[in-house]
Every structure is written in C-alpha cells, then in structure tokens.
Design a protein around this ligand. Sequence first.
Ligand code: T5A
Length: 211
Amino acid sequence: MSKGLLISFEGIDGAGKTTQIKTLACALEDQGYKVSTLREPGGTDISESIRDLLLDARNQINPMAEAMLYAAARAQLVQDVVRPLLAQGTIVLADRFIDSTIAYQGYGRGLSIEGLHQLNHLATGGLQPDLTILLDILPESGSRRRQGSLFDRIEQEGLAFQERVRQGYLEMARVMPRIRVIDGSLPVEKISDIIIDVVTRFLKGDLRVES
Ligand code: T5A
C-alpha cells in the first residue's frame, strides 16, 4: 500500500469503539498491515493537555470554546501524527474524528453544523476518513456500560444530550456513504466479525463508499 488509510470509529459514549479498535488492529496486523491506533481528543502532548481541560467535570466551557478546543487538539494531532503515518502507508484507526464534532457540538450543543464543517476543514486541512464505523447503541445502554466509573464533563450531560448526538450520527450516516452503521448492542465478538468483514472488503476494493 503506497498511501495509508484513515478509518474512524464513532458513536455515543460507551458505544464500544475502544473495544473494537483493539480487535481490528490485531486482525489487520495479522494480515500484514502496518496499523496505528489513536484517540481524540489526544494523541500528542498538547492534545492530551487539551483533553484534560475538555473532560474535567469542574470546568465550565462555553459551546464555541469547546468546539475550538476539540479543533485545536485535532489540528495538532493531524499535523504531527496522522499525516506522517498516512504518508508511511499506515492504516490509522482513530477512536473519534471530525464526525464527533458535528454530532456533539452540532447536534448535541446546537452550534451551526455548517460552521463546524468549516472548523473541521481548517483543523485538518480537509483530511477526511476513508471509512467510518458508527457503532449505534441506545443512550441507556451506554450509560449502563459506564456505571461505576466517574462521569466526565461530556458524559454528565445526560441521556437527552446523548440521544441528540445519536440522532445526529444517524442523520450523517444517511447522507455520507463512508459511514457504515453497525448495531453496537450485539455481543462484542459478533460486532468484531462484522467490522473485520467490512474493513477487509473495503481494503480489497469490494466495498464502495463514494457518494
Ligand atoms: N467529543 C469528542 C466531543 O464532544 N467532540 C469531539 O470532537 C470529540 C473528538 C471523549 C468525549 O469527548 C466528546 C465525546 C466524548 O464524550 P472519551 O472518554 O474518549 O471522551 O469517550 P468515549 O470515546 O465515548 O469513550 P468510552 O470509553 O466511553 O466509549 P467507547 O470507547 O465507545 O466504549 P468502550 O469500548 O470503552 O466500552 C465501554 C464499556 O462497554 C463494554 C466494555 O467492556 C466497556 O466496559 N462493552 C460492551 N458491553 C456489552 N456489549 C458490547 N458489545 C460492548 N462493547 C463494549
């Protein structure tokens, strides 16, 4: 592979992205691919510092400042990590990317969707995922799965917020062919099989995602 691929994982909090990325990374490495995993916000020193600010439940951050902080973390990550990896032919598995901003700050917080697309474009220089796996679960399930852990600033927004985010994701999936929706309420192993099948077909060129 001369140029790498960017595959993003999306979904509401607790959808199972991190769990699935680990399994997919192993499966792709077994097939001989170079694979890197990263998370958003995060993945560089600066982006991890911004993550701390964003998720600290004691911080009161207004929606526009929140959107710009996510964009700042993303700009640093894309420039320092994602583009060099792609240039080396690596498959990059991203735990969240640009669609999170549209879903959370757009559909969740109510900021202008068009404005956020422009912000994403500025932050990434126009980089888009080649393929996006959207794990769809009900907000109640996500909340149940995270019971026992401390809720961060975004998780504290509650079920109605998560449902707006979820509907935003589903709306995006209806108009963006690169987004594949997978039922995140299935057993972990079943979801892994589906994802490995989708990604393998995509890598072979058997899955079309152009609009
Ligand atoms: N955000 C992020 C924005 O608002 N705007 C942005 O632009 C960006 C990039 C990030 C927060 O920031 C927001 C979104 C987030 O609120 P985070 O901690 O990275 O914070 O949040 P998440 O990405 O949501 O991380 P989570 O760990 O909560 O969710 P995951 O990774 O989707 O779920 P995972 O794999 O850790 O699984 C959660 C639990 O469920 C179990 C797992 O074992 C685990 O215990 N589980 C299952 N249980 C039953 N059946 C299955 N199929 C299961 N799959 C996993």
